[in-house]
Design a protein around this ligand. Structure first.
Ligand code: NAD
Length: 491
C-alpha cells in the first residue's frame, strides 16, 4: 500500500486488502467454509469486512487431537531448531507489518500508527522468545558421592489460550511465542472481532516452518469453545486475557482437570499526581496515554488522584490535551483516536457517564458519541470530582474516560489507590525519592510506573495481583508460565 494517495483512495485500498474469507486453522488445514459464520465489522463504518468461519464441536476435538500430536513432536524438537523458527517468524512479522497493521486497524479501529507500533513490538517479543528457547535451565543439587538431585524444567503440555480484541496483534503473539519457545503446542482462540490480525500473526509462524499440528487457531461461540477445550484432560495449560468475570468462569472450568493457569485480567489503574512533578507536562502525557486505543487498554490510566494544591492546573492541562484529540477512522493519517471496537463499549460508556453525573460528578468534556456515519465513535471524556460510589469509580470503564479527583495527603492517596479489588497497573508522578520508595512498597499492583507511562517491555514480566489475575506474560516469567518442574533424586 502506498501512502501518497488521497485518504479515500487509501481507505478503499485498505478494504480491498482485508481478507474476505477468514477461518480456522486445524492440523495444517485452513477451514473457511461449511460452518456457521460471524460477520466481522469495521467499527469506523459499521460495514462488513468479511465472514469468519466458526468452529463446531468436531473441529474443536480435531484441534485437541492435533495439539496432542503436535506436542509430542515439538517437545522433542531441539531448542535451537525451535529458536530458528521463532527468529524466522519475527522476520516475517517485520516484513508483513504493513498488511497486519492495516487489518488490525480496519477490524479494531485504532489509528494505523498504533497498529504499526504494536506489530513492531510483537516482532521484538517473538525475537526475545526465540532467544529464550535455548535458555531453559534446571539445577543440579549437591549430594553425597554417587548421588545427585536434578531440578528439570519441562514444557507443561498442549495449551489453550484466549485473547481479546484490544491488542489484536500483540494478544495472539503473547500467547503463541512463549508457548512455542517452551516446547508446548497451542490452540488459540482470538477474539471474533479481530480475526485477521491473529491469522496474520499465526501465518508468520506457519510460514517460518512450524509443524502444522503445533499451532491451531479456532474461532466460535466463546462459551462453547472454552467449555469444550477446557474439559479435555489432554489440555494442560490455560492462558487467558480478558475481563475478571470471564477469568473467574474459565478458572472454574480449568479446575476440573487442574490445569496450570495464567490470568491477565482487567484493572482500574490509579494515577497519583503530586505537586512536585511537572504538572502540565505530566497532564499532557497522561491524557495522550488515556486516549490511546480509545482507552481500551488493561493498564490505561483511569482514576486520577491529584494533589489538591495543583488540581486545577492539572485538570486544565489535561482538558487542553483532550481537546486536541482527532477522532476519526484509524486508517486516516490525521486520526489520533479511532472508534471503540464494539457496540458493547458505547453502551458501557453511556451507562457509566449517566450514572456518574447522577451521582454528582462534573462532566468536564465529552460524555457523548462522536459524529459517526455508522461508526462507533465516543468522544474523549473527562469527569471531575467523581463520587466514590459512582459505578465508573468501581468498574473498569475500558473506554475513553478519565476520572479526575483530588487528595490531600499521601496516606489518603494510597488508601484510594488500593481501595478496589483490582491490582494490575498503577502510576505515580513525583520527584521525591523517599515518597517513590513509600509508593513502591505500598501500592498493591503488578505493574507500577513511577514518572513513566511505559509498562510493557519484552524482557519484563507483565501481569496483575488481586482480582486482576495471576502469573505473568513477557520476560522470562512468560516462558516459565509454559513450563513445569520435575525433581529427580538419583541415589
Ligand atoms: P467479555 O468479558 O465478554 O470478553 C472479554 C474477552 O474474553 C473477549 O476477548 C472474549 O472473546 C473473551 N471471552 C468471553 N467469554 C468467554 C468464554 N466463555 N470463554 C473464553 N473467552 C471468552 O467482555 P468484552 O465486552 O469483550 O470486554 C469488556 C471487558 O473485558 C472490559 O470492560 C475489560 O474489563 C475486559 N477486557 C480486558 C482486557 C485485558 O486486556 N485485560 C481485554 C479486553 C477486555
Amino acid at each position: 500500500m502506498t501512502f501518497e494517495r488521497s485518504t479515500s483512495d487509501r481507505m478503499k485500498q485498505a478494504v480491498i486488502e482485508y481478507p474476505k474469507h477468514l477461518g480456522l486453522h486445524i492440523d495444517g488445514e485452513w477451514v473457511t467454509s461449511g460452518r456457521d459464520v460471524h460477520t466481522v465489522l469495521d467499527p469506523a463504518t459499521g460495514q462488513s469486512l468479511g465472514a469468519l468461519t466458526l468452529a463446531g464441536d468436531e473441529d474443536l476435538d480435531r484441534a485437541i487431537a492435533s495439539a496432542e500430536l503436535g506436542f509430542r513432536r515439538w517437545r522433542s524438537t531441539a531448542p535451537a531448531a525451535r529458536a530458528a523458527i521463532l527468529f524466522k517468524a519475527a522476520n516475517l512479522l517485520r516484513a508483513r507489518t504493513e498488511a497486519i497493521a492495516t487489518a488490525a486497524t480496519l477490524e479494531q479501529g485504532k489509528p494505523l500508527a498504533e497498529s504499526r507500533a504494536e506489530a513492531s513490538y510483537v516482532a521484538s517479543l517473538v525475537e526475545f522468545y526465540a532467544g529464550e528457547a535455548v535458555r531453559i535451565y534446571g539445577r543440579v543439587l549437591t549430594r553425597p558421592a554417587g548421588a545427585r538431585s536434578l531440578v528439570l524444567k519441562e514444557p507443561v503440555g498442549p495449551s489453550v489460550a484466549f485473547c481479546p480484541w484490544n491488542f489484536p496483534i500483540l494478544g495472539p503473539a503473547r500467547k503463541i511465542a512463549p508457548a512455542l519457545a517452551a516446547g508446548c503446542s497451542i490452540i488459540l482462540k482470538p477474539a471474533e472481532e479481530t480475526p485477521a490480525s491473529a491469522i496474520g500473526v499465526a501465518q508468520c509462524f506457519l510460514d517460518a516452518g512450524l509443524p502444522p499440528s503445533v499451532l491451531s487457531l479456532v474461532f466460535g461461540v466463546a462459551d462453547r469453545v472454552s467449555a469444550r477445550l477446557l474439559s479435555s484432560p489432554i489440555i494442560r495449560k490455560l492462558s487467558f486475557t480478558g475481563s475478571v468475570a470471564v477469568g473467574k468462569h474459565l478458572l472454574r472450568l480449568a479446575s476440573g482437570t487442574m490445569k496450570k493457569t495464567t490470568m491477565e485480567l482487567g484493572g482500574h489503574a490509579p494515577v497519583l499526581v503530586f505537586e512536585d512533578c511537572d504538572v502540565e507536562g505530566t497532564a499532557a502525557s497522561l491524557a495522550a496515554a488515556k486516549f490511546r486505543n480509545a482507552g481500551q487498554v488493561c493498564v490505561s490510566p483511569t482514576r486520577f488522584y491529584v494533589q489538591e494544591s495543583v488540581y486545577d492546573r492539572f485538570l486544565n492541562a489535561f482538558l487542553a490535551k483532550a481537546e486536541t484529540v482527532r477522532l476519526g477512522p484509524g486508517i486516516e493519517k490525521s486520526t489520533t483516536m479511532g472508534p471503540v471496537a464494539n457496540s458493547r463499549r458505547i453502551a458501557a460508556m453511556e451507562h457509566l457517564v449517566a450514572d456518574a453525573r447522577a451521582a454528582g460528578a462534573n462532566l468536564a468534556v465529552g460524555g457523548e458519541r462522536g459524529e459517526s456515519k455508522g461508526g462507533l465513535f465516543y468522544r474523549p471524556t473527562v469527569l471531575a470530582h467523581v463520587p466514590v460510589a459512582a459505578r465508573a469509580m468501581n468498574e473498569e470503564p475500558f473506554g475513553p474516560m478519565a476520572l479526575i479527583n483530588s487528595f490531600r495527603t499521601v496516606e489518603e492517596a494510597l488508601e484510594q489507590a488500593n481501595r478496589l479489588p483490582y491490582g494490575l497497573a498503577a502510576f505515580a508522578f513525583t520527584e521525591n525519592g523517599r515518597r517513590q520508595l513509600l509508593l513502591q512498597e505500598n501500592i498493591e499492583c503488578g505493574l507500577l510506573g513511577i514518572n513513566t507511562l511505559a509498562l510493557s517491555a519484552v524482557d519484563a514480566p507483565f501481569g496483575g495481583v488481586k482480582e486482576s489475575g495471576h502469573g505473568s506474560e513477557d520476560g522470562p516469567e512468560g516462558l516459565d508460565a509454559f513450563l513445569v518442574t520435575k525433581t529427580v533424586h538419583q541415589g
